[in-house]
Design a protein around this ligand. Structure first.
Ligand code: FMN
Length: 189
């Protein structure tokens, strides 16, 4: 297969489209983040890479807490809005009619309409250049009961949004399962 070099780029598929929450000066704010993921299992940790001037980052530094909210396919408009408007100028929580609740951490706002919510407390902050990498310990996970099967999140019910960068910048849903993880590869053993 012929390959074309693109230089040092940040394209990987898929990328999530999470809503990162933080209280900024006592007000819940949410921003869209694609550069985020799970980083450790014991203790459970997640990361998010934020440009230094993000209003959300101000709140994360203020309280040492943040949330990761997983929007579903019916939240495309809200997710995109939180990625193009700053909480420094607008009340995104009100504009999106987000129902906010709090869990164990009293300063990590969670969105009730998002099927999955992770509460995180900051463990590390690393200045990487353009972005601050925030490493958070996940202290609690909330899932909408209707989006579970046998008590666990079910991707077919969560219907998470996926962000794609590259030839198009767009949101997608997940497709059908193509094989069982930790199992399909056994055929090649
Ligand atoms: C799909 C999408 C993904 C984004 N991912 C990131 C990200 O990973 N890190 C980041 O700093 N900004 C990201 N942004 C931009 C911020 O969400 C945007 O600047 C937002 O307005 C910041 O809000 P705030 O100022 O209220 O914190 C993304 C925007 C979109 C639309």
């Amino acid at each position: 297969m012929k390959k074309i070099k693109l230089g040092a780029q940040t394209f990987v598929y898929p990328m999530p489209a999470f809503l990162i929450g933080a209280d900024v000066a006592g007000k819940a704010n949410f921003m869209t983040a694609a550069w985020s993921g799970i980083a450790n299992s014991s203790p459970p940790m997640a990361t998010v890479a934020l440009q230094h001037h993000r209003h959300t980052l101000k709140g994360i530094k203020e309280n040492g807490t943040f949330s990761i909210n997983v929007p579903s396919v019916d939240q495309v408009r809200e997710t995109d809005y939180c990625g193009i408007v700053s909480g420094a100028r607008k009340d995104k929580t009100g504009d999106c009619a987000f129902e906010v609740f709090y869990g164990e951490l009293e300063t990590a706002p969670l969105i009730a309409q998002c099927p999955l919510n992770l509460e995180c407390k900051v463990i590390h902050m690393l200045n990487l250049g353009s972005h601050t990498l925030v490493v958070g310990q996940i202290v609690e996970t909330h899932v909408s009961e209707a989006c579970t099967t046998d008590g666990l999140p079910d991707v077919a019910k969560v219907k998470p949004l996926i962000y794609s960068a590259g030839a198009e910048k767009a949101y997608h849903g997940v497709g059908a399962a193509l094989g069982l993880a930790f199992s399909a590869g056994k055929e090649l053993k």
